[in-house]
Design a protein around this ligand. Structure first.
Ligand SMILES: C[S@@+](CC[C@H](N)C(=O)[O-])C[C@H]1O[C@@H](n2cnc3c(N)ncnc32)[C@H](O)[C@@H]1O
Length: 212
C-alpha cells in the first residue's frame, strides 16, 4: 500500500471524507460552493482567492481560463459577474473537478466548463483573453514555472495572466517578467499581492514595478 501523505494537488488523493458548504458574498454575487476534504481551502474561501476576484477587471466578453480551479471559486465568480464571458476551469485533482461540476449546477452557471487536466495538457491550441490563478505553491516551482511559461502560448495578443501570491514570494513575479517582459502589481491587500503580465500589449515593452 502507498503510505505517502495525500496532498490537495495529487492526481489521485485519498477518497474525500467530509463535505462542506461554503457561502461567499462577493462583488454583489451570492455564491455557494460544495467542498470536501482533499481539496485546497476546503472549509472557507481562501483570502488570496478573494483578493484576486476583487482585483479582476475583465473585458465584457471573450474567454477566460482559471488555472488550478479547486472547487471553482474564481471561475464561477467570473462566470456570474461576466455572463458573456466563457470560462474554462482546469484542475489536476479529480475531486476538485467533480466539485466544480456540482458547483456549476448549484450556482446556475451556464457559461463555464471544467476539465481534468495537468496544466495545459488538455487545452491543445486553445487561447484565452485572460488566464487567472491562485497558483499551487504547495506543488512548487516545477509546476508554477511551466504554468507561467505555458500561459504565454495560450493567451491571445493583448491578453493577460493575473495571479495572486502571499507577500514575499518574489521568484514568481520575476518569472512572469522573464516570460512576458512586463509585470505590474495590481492589488496589495491583507498580506497578498496580485500580479499581472500582458502578452504583447501596445506600449508595454518593459514595465516593472516593485515586488515587495
Ligand atoms: C492554491 S489552489 C487554488 C484553488 C482555487 N483556484 C481557489 O482559489 O480556491 C491551487 C490548485 O491548483 C491545482 N493544481 C496543482 N497542480 C496542478 C496542475 N499540474 N495542473 C492543474 N492544476 C493543478 C491544485 O489541485 C489546486 O486545486
Amino acid at each position: 500500500m502507498d503510505q505517502r501523505a495525500s496532498h490537495y494537488y495529487d492526481t489521485k488523493p485519498a477518497q474525500p471524507k467530509r463535505r462542506f458548504l461554503i457561502k461567499l458574498n462577493i462583488r454583489g454575487q451570492f455564491l455557494e460552493f460544495a467542498s470536501s476534504s482533499g481539496v485546497f481551502s476546503k472549509d472557507k474561501v481562501d483570502l488570496g482567492t478573494i483578493v484576486l476576484i476583487d482585483s479582476l477587471e475583465l473585458p465584457d466578453s471573450g474567454e477566460v481560463l482559471d488555472m488550478g480551479c479547486g472547487y471553482g471559486a474564481i471561475g464561477i465568480a467570473i462566470a456570474k459577474l461576466y455572463p458573456a464571458i466563457k470560462v474554462t476551469m482546469v484542475d489536476v485533482n479529480p475531486a476538485a473537478v467533480k466539485l466544480v461540476r456540482e458547483n456549476i449546477e448549484r450556482n446556475d452557471v451556464k457559461n463555464a466548463e471544467v476539465l481534468h487536466s495537468d496544466l495545459y495538457s488538455l487545452l491543445g491550441g486553445r487561447s484565452f483573453d485572460a488566464i487567472v490563478s491562485n497558483p499551487p505553491l504547495a506543488a512548487g516551482y516545477k509546476t508554477i514555472f511551466p504554468m507561467i511559461e505555458g500561459a504565454f502560448g495560450h493567451l491571445r495578443e493583448g491578453g493577460f495572466l493575473q495571479i495572486v501570491l502571499r507577500k514575499g514570494v518574489n521568484a514568481i513575479p520575476r518569472k512572469m517578467e522573464d516570460v512576458f517582459q512586463n509585470v505590474t502589481t495590481v492589488s496589495k491587500k491583507s498580506g497578498y499581492r496580485v500580479f499581472r503580465s500582458f502578452k504583447n500589449a501596445p506600449g508595454n515593452a518593459k514595465i516593472r514595478d516593485q515586488h515587495d
